[in-house]
Design a protein around this ligand. Sequence first.
Ligand SMILES: Nc1nc2c(ncn2[C@@H]2O[C@H](COP(=O)(O)OP(=O)(O)OP(=O)(O)O)[C@@H](O)[C@H]2O)c(=O)[nH]1
Ligand SMILES: [Mg+2]
Length: 457
Amino acid sequence: MPPPPGKYVRYLIIAAVATTLFLLSRSSLPLPTTTPVSPSNEHSAGSSGQSEKKQSSSEVMRFAATHHGSRANATFVTLARNTDVWEIAQAIRQVEDRFNGNFHYDWVFLNDKPFDDNFKRITGSLVSGTARYGEIPPEHWSYPDWIDQDRARKVREEMKEQKIIYGHSESYRHMCRYESGFFFRHPLLQDYEYYWRVEPGVELFCDITYDPFVFMKENDKKYSFVISMYEYERTIPTLWDGVKQFMNDHPEHIVEGNSMRFLSDDKGKTYNNCHFWSNFEIGSLDWLRSKAYMDYFEALDRRGGFYYERWGDAPVHSIAAGLLLKKEQLHFWDEIAYYHTPFTHCPPDEQLRKDLRCSCDPSGNFDWNSHSCLSRYFKTNEVPLPPGVEEYSWLAIFGFVILFANIACIFAVAINSRARAEVLITVRHLYLQSQTFWERYQEEKREWERERLRMTR
Ligand SMILES: Nc1nc2c(ncn2[C@@H]2O[C@H](COP(=O)(O)OP(=O)(O)OP(=O)(O)O)[C@@H](O)[C@H]2O)c(=O)[nH]1
Ligand SMILES: [Mg+2]
């Protein structure tokens, strides 16, 4: 007769439960119910967390109340193919209904091929400002002469085998390089000061009753975002080496009071892969055209990582915003509810959602998901996290403690031969019992089948 499940097996079971609790608690952090503080408002806020949140929830709205009628020199910008026409039509309609129908900013469309009449007719009829269509000069959408195209092709083949997203794609690499270093130099954008990037298929869920461009200008903001997350490391293995080289060669461009803490957990030795998701951006074209940014882009471009790896424009823009700008010049838009597959930003504050007639489900908000970098952004700006959001929830701490206690027990079992034997006997006993249960179940099932057949005859 085998022994009953021994105390050692209990440790193993508790360890498994603790691990599950820990993982569950990390993947579903509690949803905050208040609007987080905006970093730019932090210093004027009081010392209690609650009063800070109240002030911040209306920062952009207070701005809206006091800035009627002023306009910025700004445009929407979309890079698209002719085949993207219906997806961009959907996105334009949302931007127009939620914002631009009242403001009539222009819209610049860029393509590496000529736009066809169909694309121009459909998009042109939706934009309430002037729609402009530009072709990208071939030298901005092709290999620079220092790139070894054979090496680039081999990398694409390897990444295809490794199933790295877009790793096989040549056009995706041209696109990322173009968005990183060229779009703001297109002649159609020369006369504008600010841009708002819109991609095909994106959605907006709240009214935008204020003018984000004017907000950017009045507050000296240069780069803004809605969603932030971690980059897929295998697409950028040497990007940070390039950044470190640039910091070494051009210390004059690295500003005091930057957001290095958002990008690195060890004061710049390594990159933590956090970036602002660049399919939504409102930013300063003048900043992108500045010597600092151009030196940065050229330093990276020379290393060939857009083609020898698969550097995305999101980490490239984000690292620049993090190092070449003061942290106060960055902005997080809590009020802009936004979707790009597969993530949503939906403001947690119910009052704000009512005020802005939002249609998004706050339980789908990505901000406090463990893949989001927003909590790092808040910490960088010394902004308290909303209640209920901590790096490690109580459940996770509990899970950790039990986990470590159990690892110690498992270790004790492993080095004790008698305990090992007991665990093996008990596991075998459990296995045999489960087999008996299974056989009994099969027999019952067969009996039930036989009975059913008898009844139907
Ligand atoms: N003209 C042109 N535009 C492109 C090309 N590839 C991508 N784009 C545009 O570049 C932007 C980014 O491309 P996406 O395919 O959306 O890339 P992504 O956002 O990383 O990936 P998804 O998750 O698939 O949206 C979009 O505005 C596309 O329309 C291309 O070959 N030519
Ligand atoms: Mg996209």
